[in-house]
Design a protein around this ligand. Sequence first.
Ligand SMILES: C[S@@+](CC[C@H](N)C(=O)[O-])C[C@H]1O[C@@H](n2cnc3c(N)ncnc32)[C@H](O)[C@@H]1O
Length: 231
Amino acid sequence: MSGGRRDEARAGARTQAVRVKTAKGRKISSTLWLRRQLNDPYVIEAQRQGYRSRAAFKLIQLDDKLRFLKPGMKVADLGAAPGGWTQVAVKRVHAETPGRGRVVGIDLIPWEPVPGAVCLERDFMDPLAPGLLKDALDGTADAVLSDMAANTTGHAGADHLRIMALVEAAYQFAQEVLTPGGVFVAKVFQGGAEHGLLAAMKLRFQSVRHIKPAASRKESSELYLVATGFR
Ligand SMILES: C[S@@+](CC[C@H](N)C(=O)[O-])C[C@H]1O[C@@H](n2cnc3c(N)ncnc32)[C@H](O)[C@@H]1O
């Protein structure tokens, strides 16, 4: 294991718990959130290693397992803010080295550009977004990664539909840009992708699997669809 990867793996290490007192004016839910953040080893390790989000470790763990990010690749990162996955992708495809790799990220909220990546601020569901991404990628990508998550409304049925619409749009884009052998990674929830989508994906990829990386919180129904070997 290289020094960097060993460092990343240390994120699971135990740290001393930080206690948070309930402050006047702060809701109990906010105090609980703050306590969880301050005691979360991935939050602590993300700060130590300069990653913008604890989510960076989810991509690190998925890629450490399946090794789909390779030097020289072109990568699209959908739902990229604040930029943790983009940072990991830049590092692993060596996009900062001239002539090697390219990473293009997009998010609908404003985000600080990640050095070495093209960072777009736009709704991916905007009909112009796929074209902008394709221009920045010079037409093709070797990997399409989607960590997009719609804000939940509390209405399970409507939330599921919105989430599935994002996954399906990401998959549609992946089919348009992926090179042979390409990779598609997407965040899905609960029962994973719908049977129809999964069946369609199995026809286009050599391997399609669901993985829950250790950095994905146990109480969250989030998991990742990882499809490799696009044909
Ligand atoms: C879990 S966060 C991504 C974290 C990111 N992977 C990282 O490592 O920092 C999900 C992101 O998806 C974005 N998102 C949701 N719907 C989107 C859409 N339609 N177009 C672009 N981004 C979207 C949200 O704004 C949010 O920043």
